[in-house]
Design a protein around this ligand. Structure first.
Ligand SMILES: *Cc1c(COP(=O)(O)O)cnc(C)c1O
Length: 463
């Protein structure tokens, strides 16, 4: 399988190169040059596989020659051994819907499904092909801890994660700072999340520094993350279809950066019998406005009870535009130019009809989010986290819908307490965090201070 950029400026590359490149060198996102098409017999066979075996089947054509099949199988086994549920991503019945629980990994949120695999892929490719990787990123909470959990203890990799001191929840802070592996470097900056993002941008903009230290991003746009996320769409369908390869289902997906729901879109393009993909957003509703109007216009970012979805520019959206526009990089560049010039882009009537055929969308307010947590708890004694609650709300009244449960409710105790008057019992990975030993540097919020700290830390580590 070869990969190309949505902007057309990367000569076709293989899987290993695409994973190590992350963002395309032309600023675009990497996408497969073609998609496998599945027939009913294949789907039927896949519907009976355990999660890890299914992952091997789904990923193999996309990995191609880059990694021998038995190595890939071992890598997948290792990645999902860190999940506490035997099914990895179980599907449960919730009223007249289904819930796909994606939060049984080490940080209790769905990003583990992709980042546990990505950490192992990085390690395997660096050991085989040589090189090293220093990941630098800023986090407002969830992504940082999942990225750290993905690469802790891995050889040839260091990770530096900046968080704003005192501005992430105590649990989120401890999920990062209690990881004591020698290659994990937490930095509390005396500033805001925006300061952290600005500093990371400055460091990546310093091309000399970037090359010298082999800097890599937290890779929210890495192709391997999409690939890992496609697996559970097939898995969930298999649990519900129970051997009937023509059984159709819909998915409701709590959405921020469009990565998760895009994985579902690709699964559908490959032939998974999906009726509707429902984009569920909070008040930051750029995507739902796009589905309803065909216009994509950034607005202000509002803080909500579902903070992992407080996003205005969805970084994976460009991948969808590429497929919507018939895999035509020039057309993608045209729309992105509009966006850069005017702050918005719009698709024509024909494409807008296609968008509506591809997706439904619903945005929920904080009050509606709390109402849904309350209603589901009253009905089923099941506690939803605020992100999942938005998905469940979007799925309401639609038959045969599987809602993606993206976080464990114990991670968002404040919202849950507001809704039902108590917190959810924490899973083992979140227990005892406040008593554990921590390690974290405190630095002023300046690129110079962070740059010097990264240099000194790496120099000490290589002694
Ligand atoms: C990251 C995240 C999301 C949004 O996923 P995207 O791939 O950015 O759309 C939803 N819920 C939770 C809990 C998350 O951490």
């Amino acid at each position: 399988m070869r990969y190309v950029s949505t902007r057309g400026g990367v000569a076709p590359i293989g899987f290993a190169e695409a994973v190590m490149m992350g963002l395309g060198t032309d600023g675009g996102l990497l996408v497969p040059a073609s998609l496998p098409r599945l027939d009913a017999a294949t789907l039927k066979a896949w519907s009976r596989l355990r999660f890890q075996d299914l992952a091997l089947e789904v990923m193999s054509p996309f990995v191609g020659e880059a990694i021998p099949r038995d190595h890939l199988a071992a890598l997948i086994e290792r990645s999902y051994a860190s999940f506490t549920h035997p099914e990895v991503t179980p599907v449960i019945r919730l009223g007249d819907q289904w819930l796909l629980e994606l939060f049984h990994g080490p940080t209790a949120a769905f990003k583990d499904v992709a980042l546990q695999l990505l950490g192992n892929l990085f390690e395997f490719l660096l050991e085989r092909d040589g090189g090293r990787l220093n990941i630098v990123g800023a986090t407002s909470g969830d992504t940082g801890s999942a990225a750290i959990a993905g690469v802790r203890g891995k050889s040839r990799i260091h990770i530096f994660i900046l968080h704003p001191e005192g501005r992430v929840s105590p649990i989120q802070e401890r999920q990062m700072t209690t990881v004591l592996d020698a290659n994990v470097h937490n930095i509390a900056i005396l500033g805001t999340f925006d300061d952290g993002q600005r500093i990371v941008k400055q460091l990546f903009g310093d091309l000399e520094f970037k090359r010298e230290l082999s800097l890599g991003a937290v890779n929210s746009i890495n192709w391997a993350r999409i690939l890992a996320q496609m697996v559970y769409y097939f898995y969930a369908w298999g649990r519900v279809a129970a051997g009937d390869p023509h059984r159709r289902v819909s998915f409701a997906v709590p959405t921020g950066n469009f990565g998760d729901v895009f994985a579902g879109y690709l699964a559908k393009r490959m032939g998974l019998p999906v009726d509707r993909l429902v984009i569920a957003t909070n008040r930051n509703d750029i995507l739902s406005r796009f589905v309803h109007t065909g216009r994509y216009a950034a607005g202000e970012v509002y803080p909500t009870l579902s903070p992992a979805m407080d996003i205005q520019i969805a970084s994976n959206f460009e991948r969808y535009l590429y497929f919507l526009l018939g895999e035509d990089p020039a057309a993608v560049r045209g729309l992105l130019d509009d966006m850069a010039r005017t702050g918005s882009l719009a698709v024509d009537a024909g494409h807008q009809a296609q968008v509506r055929a591809d997706f439904d969308a619903l945005a929920a307010s904080d009050a509606e989010t709390l109402d849904q947590i309350r209603a589901t708890f009253a009905q089923s004694q099941y506690i939803l986290d605020p992100h999942t609650a938005i998905g469940v709300r979007a799925a309401q009244g639609q038959a045969d819908t599987i809602c993606l449960a993206t976080a464990h409710p114990a991670k968002f105790g404040e919202a849950v307490t507001q809704a039902i008057g108590r917190e959810a019992p924490p899973p083992p990975s979140l227990q005892g965090l406040l008593e554990k030993e921590t390690r974290c540097a405190r630095l002023e919020a300046s690129a110079d201070a962070i740059r010097a700290h990264i240099r000194a830390t790496l120099a000490a580590a290589s002694q």
